[in-house]
Design a protein around this ligand. Sequence first.
Ligand code: SIN
Ligand code: CO
Length: 389
Amino acid sequence: MNNDTSLELLGGLTARQFLRDYWQKKPLLIRQAFPAFQNPLEPDELAGLALEDEIESRIVLEHGAQPWELRRGPFAEDTFSTLPERDWTLLVQAVDQFVPEVNSLLDHFRFLPTWRIDDVMVSYAAPGGGVGPHFDNYDVFLLQGHGHRTWRLGQMCTGDSPLLEHTDLRILADFDESQSFTLEPGDMLYLPPRLAHFGTADDECMTYSVGFRAPSATEVLTHFTDFLGQFIPDEERYSDADTTPAADPTQLQHDALARLKALVNKHMNDDHLLLTWFGQFMTEPRYPERVNGDALPPSELRQHLAEGALLVRNPSARLAWAEMDGYVTLFASGQSRLLEPRLRELLKQVCSADALHSDNLGEWLEDEEALMLLCQLVEQGSLGFAVDE
Ligand code: SIN
Ligand code: CO
């Protein structure tokens, strides 16, 4: 995508302008980001997803057993008939993995790294419904799919911002409203992390939230050091060869700290391992049990493709690629493979083509290493054959 093309999705801004002026900084309301938007999911279909064991769902009732009652799914079929007329909302996580038309919404966000995208959460609200004033630690695009919702925006928050007690939800005790907008189908609101917001349904409404992943600094440090630990031999220790006699043997000297820092930095500065860890971490699937496949010999793969089969990405898989020190790496659903740079174009295709088939794979079908890679991805479950519905 050309970063200097004006995008309807961003209200006429270019990706470059949006990233410079709004992304992670300030909200942006985009009227008719999706003109003549066709709601891809009926409320009943969303309710159906909330009955499934493997799908994360929640209901928030403003006036339930307690103010802002949270109920966690999966729900029973009769749940919905017992809910009040107003002031509740159903939220279903990662609907992009279950509904292809919702997954397609993500194609519009390719001006951002795909590995930053977390999921599309879909909410259905009865009139007056909402989840209360709160903030999230990640960026979100809130696309109005059906009906009308009024969004009120408030202050920038931190982990110290006071929250209401006695609720399972992180509802802000204070909300300083600065702006409000009523969104209709096709309108979209971008919110940067930590900005307080409060959406209330004006009528029966559905909202699609495209949310992003950003590991916390604590997660990065704890997970990366755990990962590093696998590669560092036990005999590698704090060492103090060539030390000089201590003036006071009970004092921790600065030169000891400098030696320790050298040890830490040596490992922290290993770019190759940092990239490997990061790619694996960012492609970790939300539902790993949905990423699995069967072993497939290269000859069979070649034959299926020659007969017109299509290889497609599993919507629950996450893929990315990188290049460093003359090698390319493919990250697929939490695993990494270091490969020869001549496979670069194949990796790009695997990560972004709508489908792989004999036409766009071309000569790769005669390449042992390429076929082997595709077979591994099928066996892992990141790729699979398209099935006719
Ligand atoms: C909603 O869709 O009702 C809630 C989305 C949010 O505020 O993060
Ligand atoms: Co929110």
